[in-house]
Design a protein around this ligand. Structure first.
Ligand SMILES: NC(=O)c1ccc[n+]([C@@H]2O[C@H](COP(=O)([O-])OP(=O)(O)OC[C@H]3O[C@@H](n4cnc5c(N)ncnc54)[C@H](O)[C@@H]3O)[C@@H](O)[C@H]2O)c1
Length: 349
């Protein structure tokens, strides 16, 4: 892999947490990225660390201190369960390593603020893994809006649907559907349209489902009102049995833009009275390019060649909004995201 001409080198990255998503980042850093390369992996589980390291040809460890002491590790990707994010960001910052942390940034606003402050005090980059921003199609939506081609935006719709829920074990440690899933669309809505003033959420859970066993929900709809008066609908499902789907639509006064479901191939199967096409099965297939692009943008930000993508402050805002939506669903009321919660976001602004 030739280095990126902008930096003329490949940033040394360690990946922490080698489950579903950590393995993808680690492999991308070996096989695909031009601005960054994998230099070490770490997982609390020895077999996860050993098997990933052996497959990718890098040193491994179950101990954070080994990673922190390795000078070839200039940056870390944190892909562990959310409960450990803020603590690991603080430790990475203390060791002078730049951080790309998987979403959600933290379990609550207080933890997120501590992590942001630690990164800022240490002078390291903190980026959050909102890879939808790195998806080429979704980025094009924002480019059209920024260029003024849509006119005044009054409505956004975004939907994220998983074919099947993750394990009960994952769900129990995920922070719940709002924090785990809706952070993506809440961040996207902020990024595309602007700050969100109120959220109104309803949700559902199928009896006997993994979400029910984990005390979570598996479907949710969040109506948002933006500070400028536009409105949006964010829709989530973990039980869309047909496949994975991510759709975004923005309606403006002059034009509308729509990102429809992605396909694995461009093949149509035509039979009497029907046309069949395929679709992606999960987030790994759908966001294959986006995961690579977010690593590239992180490496460029860490080497000072580009501004930070989704920042710690963006991660905090999404946590605050997700918790507000969860509270809205629990109370049946619209939650205004201005008073105490956004004040805590402003503390670090
Ligand atoms: N952006 C995305 O598309 C996306 C997709 C999936 C998961 N995620 C996020 O990534 C994170 C991990 O999710 P996952 O599905 O890969 O989880 P997972 O359960 O599959 O893997 C987590 C891994 O972390 C390890 N681990 C746990 N605590 C650790 C610690 N303190 N130090 C080192 N290793 C530790 C576990 O042994 C496990 O191998 C979560 O925050 C999740 O929300 C993001």
């Amino acid at each position: 892999m030739r280095p990126d001409p902008r930096t003329n080198r490949r940033f040394g990255v360690g990946v922490v947490g080698l489950g579903r998503i950590g393995k993808v980042h680690a492999r991308n850093l070996v096989e695909t990225t031009r601005s960054a390369r994998l230099v070490r992996v770490m997982d609390a589980d020895e077999s996860a660390a050993r098997s990933c390291a052996e497959a990718l040809g890098v040193p491994w460890s179950t101990c954070w201190d080994d990673l922190a002491a390795d000078p070839s590790v200039e940056a870390v990707v944190i892909a562990t369960p959310v409960a450990s994010h803020a603590r690991l960001i603080r430790r990475a910052a203390a060791a002078g390593k730049h951080v790309l942390c998987e979403k959600p940034l933290a379990l609550d606003a207080g933890e997120a603020i501590d992590a942001i402050e630690a990164a800022r005090d240490a002078g390291v980059v903190l980026q959050v893994g909102f890879q939808l921003r790195s998806d080429p199609d979704i980025a094009d939506v924002r480019d059209k809006l920024v260029a003024g081609n849509l006119g005044a935006v009054r409505f956004l719709r975004a939907s994220l649907r998983d074919m099947e829920p993750p394990s009960v074990r994952y769900l129990a440690g995920s922070g719940g559907l709002y924090l785990d899933g809706a952070v993506h669309t809440l961040d996207l809505a902020r990024w595309i349209v602007g700050e969100i003033a109120t959220v109104t959420a309803v949700d559902a859970v199928a009896p006997g489902s993994p979400a029910a066993a984990a005390g979570d929900v598996d479907s949710a709809v969040i109506a948002v009102r933006f500070a400028d008066g536009a409105v949006g609908v964010l829709e989530h499902s973990r039980v869309a049995g047909y496949g994975f789907e991510c759709r975004v639509e923005v309606v403006g006064s002059r034009a509308a833009v729509r990102v429809s479901n992605h396909r694995k191939t461009h093949v149509q199967w035509l039979t009497r009275g029907a046309v069949c096409v395929d679709h992606t099965a999960n987030f790994l297939e759908r966001f294959r390019d986006a995961y690579v692009r977010e690593l590239e943008s992180f490496a460029l930000a860490a080497s000072g060649e580009a501004s930070i993508g989704p920042s710690g402050e963006d991660g905090l805002a999404a946590v605050v909004l997700a918790r507000a939506a969860q509270r809205s669903a629990a109370t049946g009321r619209t939650v205004r995201v201005t008073g105490r919660e956004s004040a805590s976001s402003r503390r670090v602004a």
